[in-house]
Ligand binder design. Sequence first.
Ligand code: 5GP
Ligand code: ZN
Length: 114
Amino acid sequence: MSDHCLFCRIVAGEIPAEVVRRENGMVAFNDINPKTPVHVLVIPERHVDSLAGVEGLTPEERSDMLAFIAAVARDHDLEGTGYRVTTNHGEDGRQSVHHLHWHVMGGTRMSDMM
Ligand code: 5GP
Ligand code: ZN
């Protein structure tokens, strides 16, 4: 836990968020500035800076994270219509919060751009 990390503070309950699922050391909450009708952020409770630091998570956490992402999409009834999962790293990736997070987006047709 980093005192200065926004998402660690959400994990700790110090900053409010609309949590939609929480289990196995993972938390999902609605993005504060949704780009699509469903725009959920999935994070591991344990801090790693980005996907580049994924080896800081245990093999079990990494595996749970994938299953958890799929469960969030299922919770939002996105399996039939489809969804997109992305994570950003670094400047070219336009990462703005430096705690690994996955954008789970759906409810509309995505652009070809991403
Ligand atoms: P990134 O650009 O790092 O991939 O994505 C960061 C995401 O976090 C953005 O989509 C942004 O809207 C979201 N975000 C930033 N601050 C907060 C916050 O305080 N609460 C929530 N729920 N989302 C946030
Ligand atoms: Zn953090």
